[in-house]
Ligand binder design. Structure first.
Ligand code: SF4
Ligand code: SF4
Length: 206
């Protein structure tokens, strides 16, 4: 039997979207037999955080965050075992304008009747610290190793021909330099909103 679909709301890194998020939780709290998980900002999570345990047994996850879909997809996938991750549908709350619009889109994707009580698990008060590091879009990366050669701080590594972000904590905050070296546009810095390509706003494969 398939597990129920899980709805996840990843909070904004600041507090300014709390009213929007709380309203969205309220609007989603009447879904029959639904499950809603509220977590801190996805990009600040570390790989041992309990949220990944909640995602893994699922077949499907509806994931709402304040990141572009491509940034959220690869920030999340980097922590999930390839081939074992659930099907994930991403929603960028920043593009949905109102909690009502966000709730309507999420409910549409859920294909459920709206009644009953939703089981809500709020892990969003779990302390996280601000982080800055590259996220690799592996649908674009061809493991050429240019970023590995370029970075002086040992952030990247290559194992079994696959390039990955080995030590994110060594990356220099605010700098997206290696994303400009990558000819495939595969390196995302989700908070570098000055450049749409770098923050993951450009969709699709290269
Ligand atoms: S430079 Fe880009 S394509 Fe090459 S290994 Fe790094 S992320 Fe992948
Ligand atoms: S931004 Fe600079 S320090 Fe960070 S991973 Fe890229 S090259 Fe390394």
């Amino acid at each position: 039997m398939k597990d129920k679909t899980l709805i996840v709301i990843s909070r904004h890194p600041g507090k300014q979207k709390k009213t929007f998020e709380d309203k969205l939780v309220k609007l989603l709290s009447g879904i029959d037999d639904g499950e809603l998980l509220i977590i801190p900002h996805l990009y600040y999570l570390k790989n041992n955080f309990a949220v990944y345990e909640k995602l893994l047994p699922r077949d499907e996850v509806l994931f709402a965050s304040w990141l572009y879909k491509r940034a959220a997809e690869w920030a999340l996938k980097k922590e999930l075992n390839p081939g074992k991750e659930p099907a994930i549908i991403h929603f960028n709350l920043a593009e949905l304008n109102t909690p009502q619009k966000a709730a309507a889109d999420i409910k549409k994707a859920l294909k459920t009747t709206v009644k009953g009580r939703t089981k809500i698990l709020d892990l969003s008060k779990t302390p996280v610290v601000e982080r800055w590091y590259p996220v690799i879009d592996h649908s674009r990366c061809n493991n050429c190793g240019e970023c590995l050669e370029f970075c002086l701080f040992g952030v990247f590594s290559k194992n079994r021909k696959k390039v990955s972000v080995e030590d994110p904590g060594k990356c220099k905050p605010g700098c997206p330099a290696c994303s400009r070296v990558c000819a495939r546009g595969a390196i995302i810095f989700p908070h570098y909103f000055d450049d749409k390509k770098i923050c993951g706003a450009d969709e699709g494969a290269k």
